[in-house]
Design a protein around this ligand. Sequence first.
Ligand SMILES: [Zn+2]
Length: 140
Amino acid sequence: MTDIVDFLRSRLDEDELFAARGPGGQPIQPADLVWTYEPDTADARDGGSVVARGHRILIDSPMVIAAHVARWDPARALAEVEAKRRLMAEHRDDGDGHCQGCGMNAYEEMCRNIDNCPVLAALASVYAHHPEYDETWRPA
Ligand SMILES: [Zn+2]
């Protein structure tokens, strides 16, 4: 059975891999990680394009789709992975199975089992659709 830490590491590795690779599997160059939405006409409701370093990579799409794709560009996806890894570095096993991050303040209770850490549970909930997700991790 996979523990929550291994599960999250695997999902974040997958997210990083997909965010940093282009459609052909080749690495996306750092300058191409930031995507923007640009309307195709003066009326943005008509639709638009996703642009990376001056090149239109998604053309003439409904505004809601193109804007969504641009908002979740590779740079954002990689930043999300990094932020989640930083949280995981704080909420790690202290060697006795307790969460190192929970209970750091006097007003917080120490998490006695890393699999019950509310921070890790919240992070894992993003991947609740994954076949290896353990329903016991689901936040209350
Ligand atoms: Zn914790």
